[in-house]
Design a protein around this ligand. Structure first.
Ligand code: ASP
Length: 624
């Protein structure tokens, strides 16, 4: 468990042989943080059907709990069906892997890890093997070549047991003589020295072939340390140590591990999966016939070309068969798009406008993000209002115009009445001058004249009539002041109306979209934007998602390009939810489109790698 944790495995398959294997791996099975599938080794010698089935269900990490004698066959048959590539990782529980001939698997790049109790480089082990080989040859017995270099764990344990027993007997025999008396196995008598011998063996510490031999009071081995070994081109190499107190500790440094992987990448050709989306991966527009990677250009193509230069690998770009980014299809129980291609080992890397999401992160590894973005709305730019015949009325609202008309009539009437009442507004008629007796009086403010006077002053023109009485002058003064304010405001507003172009957009944010149903809105189907709405817990986005789901014809699109075209053609009846980085690119190119509102979330694009260790230097490269 410690080693699997240190290796960072999250999803793997346990291949076991018999019930003992299940018992041995029960603690692993109980760990809920791992996704584990179980497969039993068939009783026949043909393991290929089981391995093929494991391969097709996307198994890349295997815990192999089979007997030593079967390990080679299982690995060999896995190799035959293509399950021994650099994407495959094996952890072999047998402590005897060092006694298996792994020559055939050294160069495939498969990550094989195991543990061992006996260190073949230990001088004590070498001396014991030499003595034994020498002894066997002396008696004319044949020795297998693998047996001349290393020992099986069981043999080493047996050797250590005998050594310990002999030492204990010898030590006890020194101070007093120990007799050995014949005893019956099922008799009542026990050997008098038996207890002392056992207690002494529990207490004494000896260095054996399996390390320091030490027991607890119950008689179980204590403080056992195991070597963690990995298969490299040179054979099994010790890469760390496990002990019960500190767990698994790798002796290689992080940069040594990374360097090892960088070395393994040299001159390898990696298949890069991508989707066509401007400006990340695009078909090169040229009149010449292009082949290979030259067919593509874009930000991601440049990015991977730079990385490959630095890390020294070659690459070949392929567009994902279904052109999708990656969505889990519950019915088919598999991922589609770029993620699916990584999981089915059709590609080694996925690069494009591929968003790092929680669900995808569970299945594949992502590098550090290379671009940050958020979901925003792509919409048609607000259009200019056509000129209106009555636009001179626009500076003031209808209410103001109505109040003004009322005030105009009211003031005219007031003036008329006051002029009637005041004696100073009555003057002698010019026609009656000759006859003093027959003087007729005239009033200049007839109803028509009053209306004319107020109209003249409202339009800042003036009239012939001048008020003479105090009351009419006060009314006229107040009216003039009122018209001064009104005309100034009107002139100022009119100037502003004439200079500022009135652009009106019916939507300013996602909330505006959610509130209405006239303007339809949608997103790329199955991408992270769609996923954001489908999994959101916020009522506004949930409402938007149910609206999108209920629309017929569908508001979803197969590509962002299709979405952009739909917004352009819909004449303001369709808004498209898209990632801000792509929207910025689109709005720079299509002047009739714009981004509406701020980002709804915050996320990033990253390069996806198949789960496993092989391409980790990319992650490391980004963290520099
Ligand atoms: N970049 C997104 C993805 O990785 C696509 C989208 O939803 O706009 O799925």
């Amino acid at each position: 468990m410690d080693v699997i944790k240190t290796l960072g495995w999250r999803k793997f398959c346990i291949i076991y042989e018999n019930n003992d294997g299940l018992v041995r791996t029960q603690d692993i099975l109980k760990n809920r943080t791992w996704q584990i599938s179980l497969r039993q080794l068939p009783f026949s010698d043909d393991y290929r059907p089981m391995l093929k089935e494991a391969k097709s269900s996307g198994v890349t990490h295997v815990v192999l709990d089979v007997e030593r004698k079967n390990i080679f066959q299982v690995l060999k048959q896995a190799q035959q069906i293509g399950m021994m590539t650099s994407y495959h990782n094996y952890f072999i529980t047998s402590l005897d892997l060092h006694t298996v001939d792994l020559e055939d698997f050294r160069h495939g790049g498969t990550n094989i890890t195991s543990l061992r109790l006996v260190d073949p480089d230990n001088p004590l082990v070498q001396r014991v093997i030499q003595d034994w080989v020498f002894g066997e040859l002396r008696y004319g017995r044949a020795v297998e070549p693998t047996q001349t270099t290393t020992l099986q764990t069981e043999v080493a344990l047996m050797y250590d047991a005998v050594q310990l027993f002999a030492k204990a007997l010898d030590d006890l025999d020194r101070p007093r003589h120990i007799d050995v008396t014949p005893l019956e196995c099922d008799g009542d008598f026990t050997w008098v020295h038996g207890n002392s011998l056992i207690n002494y063996m529990k207490w004494v510490q000896v260095n054996g072939l399996t390390g320091l031999i030490k027991f607890d009071t119950e008689g179980f081995r204590r403080d056992v340390t195991l070597d963690i070994v990995e298969l490299s081109k040179e054979g099994l190499e010790r890469v760390g140590r496990w002990d019960p107190h500190t767990g698994a500790n790798y002796t290689r440094t992080y940069s040594e591990v990374q360097q090892g992987i960088v070395d393994s990448l040299q001159n390898k050709t990696l298949v890069i999966t991508s989707v066509l989306a401007a400006p990340y991966t695009m078909l090169r527009e040229t009149s010449e016939q292009m082949t290979g990677n030259d067919r593509y250009e874009g930000f991601c193509v440049d990015l991977i070309a730079e990385i490959s230069n630095i890390l020294g690998f070659n690459f070949s770009i392929k567009i994902a068969d279904d052109g999708q980014h990656g969505k889990f299809d519950a019915k088919l129980n598999r991922w589609n798009g770029m993620i699916g291609e990584l999981l089915s080992q059709k590609a080694d890397l996925a690069i494009g406008d591929l968003t790092i999401t929680y669900e995808r992160e569970q299945e594949v590894d992502f590098t550090m993000p290379w671009m940050n973005l958020g979901i925003t709305i792509l919409y048609r730019k607000p259009t200019k209002q056509p000129p209106n015949l009555f636009s001179f009325l626009s500076p003031l609202s209808l209410d103001v115009w109505l109040y003004m008309a009322t005030a105009y009539l009211g003031v005219s009437l007031l003036l008329f009445v006051l002029a009637r009442l005041s004696p100073y507004e009555w003057i002698a008629s010019s026609f009656s001058c000759r006859d003093q007796e027959d003087r007729t009086l005239e009033n200049q403010y007839s109803l028509i004249n009053s209306l004319w006077f107020t109209m003249g002053s409202l339009l800042q023109q003036g009239t012939e009539q001048q008020p003479k009485a105090m009351s009419t002058r006060i009314v006229a003064g107040i009216w003039w002041f009122f018209t001064l304010i009104m005309i100034s405001s009107y002139t100022a507003n009119l100037a502003a109306f004439l200079t500022v172009e009135r652009m009106e957009s019916p939507i300013e944010s996602a909330e505006d979209l959610a509130k209405q149903t006239k303007i339809k809105y949608g997103s790329l189907y199955g991408g992270s934007t769609w996923n954001f709405f489908s999994t959101s817990k916020l009522p506004t986005y949930q409402r938007m998602f149910s609206f999108m789901e209920s629309q017929n014809p569908s508001v979803y699109t197969k590509s962002n390009e299709e979405g952009v075209k739909r917004v352009q053609k819909s004449d303001g009846q369709y808004a498209y939810m898209m990632e801000s980085s792509s929207i910025e690119y689109i709005t720079e190119r299509y002047c009739d489109l714009t981004q509406v509102g701020g980002p709804l979330d915050s996320k990033s694009y990253g390069i996806a790698l198949p789960p496993g260790q092989m391409l980790r230097p990319l992650t490391w490269f980004y963290s520099l």
